[in-house]
Design a protein around this ligand. Sequence first.
Ligand SMILES: [Zn+2]
Length: 512
Amino acid sequence: MAHDVAADTAIGAALSGMRVAIAGLEYEGNSLSLRVERRADFERMGICEGAGLLRAAEGKQLALAGAIETLRAGGATLCPVYWTKGGAGGHVEDSFFTEAMACIVDGIAALGALDGVYLAMHGAMICAVEKDPEGAVLAALRARIGPDVPVAVSLDLHAHVTPRMAACAHIIVGYETYPHVDAHRTGACAATLLLRAMRGQIRPVTRIRRYNAILPVLGGATTEGEPMAEVAAQARAMEAAGRALSVSYFPVQPWLDMADVGIAGLAVADADAAAADAAAQEILDAMWARRYAFELPAMTPAEAVRAALLREGRVLLIDAPDAIGGGASGDAPALLAALLAHAPQVPSALCIVDPAAAQQAAALGTGAQAEFAIGAWQDQRWFTPLKVHATVERLCDGEFVFRGGPVAGATGRLGPSAVLRAGEVRILVTSHAVYEHMDEHYAACGIDIAACRLVSFKNLMNYRKLIAPGTSWIALHGPGGTPLRLQDVAWQHRRRPFWPADDTPAPFPLPG
Ligand SMILES: [Zn+2]
């Protein structure tokens, strides 16, 4: 959306003395994942309190940074409280969530009179007990600060936006893009609307509309020619036409096994709930109308390796069912087995989470040869560890700086890691499952993907940043924590009918 940040800056003096609380809780859950995220997992990415939050955001492309810069430029007095950003995984331990929520809610309430609140959230966190953590934080906050203080929230495109969240926040703005390249701008947009609300120029109301439908993440790119690009263009046109202050679309994190998870349209309008409702409905229908276009072709690991060998140039093998960025364990050895069976002498690289193998390599030392049992370290529902005779080529600490995306400038920590070599297959074994942006994790451990004919990635979209002349990609399908075929998942809690399991022409509304 095209907000006039410069105009807001110009009236900064008018806001002098206005106090804005800033906090955040960012994490993407996945019900199919066995990973449990604890305090230590959030500490690796950073838990910040008070002024530490401002330092953590400095120079980053985070939504938090965009909001801070905008609020500061607008002349507001910043009151930083608490912020943490995990990656994606299974559920968050309730004890940590309770602690984080208390830090945010009690911390903001302790500030006394406030003119506004900004919160950076992903919007798809789940805990073992609390299934709507963001809604719980916003409701608790609203109970403490009253109904009138404007609250603005920025969310990931894959947020599971609940009616409670929409009821408790005056302003919600989601990322426009996937791959996510606009986190900073999203934070700035939410903050710009917050500034206008604090100034009394607008009285924002947020409404959502939802359908009981989930869409394959792999087909959700907003780049030109993709179905979501049309949805994005429609949202921007609606804003330009004055239909709403902000229009967002949420194709939703699909691997959430809960009764009321579905795609959502959301709009913020100026004191006009009916306009917000209508805009939310229109953008929701734009997504629904394109649902079939989200399904992309995919192959089994063996088919993919054989097909890749018939192509010219470098081929990226996308291990979609084990996507760390979608919350999977990142420890599936299926593609490794296919590479060793069909292309052992083809220069290739693959990353797999296996702290035991990394530890074994460290104990043996560089140059040692041994048999390793690789993969299925955390998740043995579909695979067992794969026995591989390999050489320890390199040991590394696994630290790197993200070069782009919503975490640009932040430090990634794979933990103690090792490069094992079997034939010409290089296997990067890591201690932690870390969000993949581009090839930073490989480069940090000495693997130059330019020298590889086949390279594996465990993400669902960022790999597209590596597509160039001479580089193509093939997606894999199969079992895992982030399966492509959503209709085949053994859902326990989803309400029927839902798309794509129930394929009827009419959508199935969820409470908005
Ligand atoms: Zn996302």
